[in-house]
Design a protein around this ligand. Structure first.
Ligand code: BDR
Ligand code: CA
Length: 313
């Protein structure tokens, strides 16, 4: 089968970085048409820089990287340096990128790329706030019916929230954008905290990254070491959740994940629950399903895949 054509929309972020590395390590399954950066974990200038640092770490400086929106549609930007560090990519010491940032705006790249390919042949993979995707849909509504699928990390149901008691970070940062995306009619696969909080980088899993013995394995071990200190303290868990790589792992081995096709609405009005993903997991409403909302992961299978692929870089 031909590799799946994707655009990665991202705010790196150590876990975004690992998601990108997994995609770039898997050319038989995934064809990365481009990477669009968005403001999220850290401001746009840093996410656009970090995306290029990661491409160079992967040995793929030919990857096209674009800067997208520098702030949410209707709210002030909220960032997460408390988790990811000042640069967003704290942990390993990595050189500044020498590969170029493309001139075109990330939103226009998304629009042009979806229009230039056959309908139903481009998948969007958002790993951060949904600002760029929503902007593209608002600017060019014709692309919505041409997108094959959106596979995103965001939201939560049973795990509720990580940035507020009710909301997950990516959705909280730009709830208006999330509302537009979830109402778009495009098929959506969601990797919520319910899944990603089961993808924990335990000590043996971190050791396995390091034992790969290449530059990428060491960098990933150092990245996960860095944000582990925050997550362990916060959740009292065995290690840090590796959120965003669940998206790219799904493209390679979808059978690692199980979930339900249900209705998901986004809270965009109440300040108290702003950005909540109201997921009808128990199907108690007659609202039509609009998302495949994942609930479980084969975590050992996921880390085996990740370790095997990172060794290829
Ligand atoms: C999400 O928020 C970010 O901090 C991570 O990169 C991930 O995309 C988890 O809530
Ligand atoms: Ca992210």
């Amino acid at each position: 089968m031909a590799p799946r054509k994707i655009i990665i929309d991202t705010d790196p972020g150590q876990d975004d970085a690992v998601a990108i590395l997994l995609a770039l390590a898997s050319p038989d399954e995934i064809d990365v048409l481009g990477i669009t950066a968005v403001a999220g974990n850290v401001p746009l200038a840093l996410t656009a820089k970090n995306a290029r640092i990661v491409c160079e770490l992967a040995g793929k400086p030919e990857t096209l990287v674009f800067a997208g929106c520098d702030r949410p549609l209707g709210r002030d930007l909220v960032t997460a340096e408390h988790v990811h560090g000042k640069t967003g990519l704290n942990g390993p010491v990595l050189p500044d990128p020498t590969m170029p940032l493309q001139d075109q705006h990330g939103v226009d790249f998304i629009i042009d790329t979806v229009r230039a390919h056959d309908p139903g042949s481009v998948t969007l993979c958002p790993l951060g706030p949904l600002t760029n995707i929503a902007m593209a849909f608002e600017k060019a509504p014709d692309i919505m019916e041409r997108v094959q699928e959106i596979v995103l990390m965001g939201g939560a149901y049973f795990e509720v929230g990580n940035i507020t008691p009710a909301a997950e970070f990516n959705i909280y940062v730009d709830p208006q954008a999330a509302g537009i995306v979830f109402k778009s009619g495009v098929p959506i696969v969601v990797m919520p905290l319910d899944v990603t909080h089961k993808a924990l980088v335990t000590r043996p899993r971190n050791d396995a990254f390091r034992a790969i013995g290449n530059e990428v394995g060491t960098a990933v071990a150092e990245m996960t070491d860095f944000f582990e200190r925050f997550d362990k303290e916060k959740y009292g868990s065995e290690g840090a959740p590796l959120h965003d790589p669940c998206v790219t792992a799904y493209l390679i081995q979808p059978e690692l994940f199980t979930g339900r096709h249900i209705n998901v609405e986004i809270e965009t009005h109440s300040e108290l629950t702003m950005g909540m993903t109201v997921a009808d997991w128990w199907r108690v409403t007659d609202r039509p399903p609009n998302a495949m909302f994942m609930g479980d992961i084969d975590a050992d299978g996921f880390f085996a895949l990740l370790t095997e692929r990172l060794a290829r870089l």
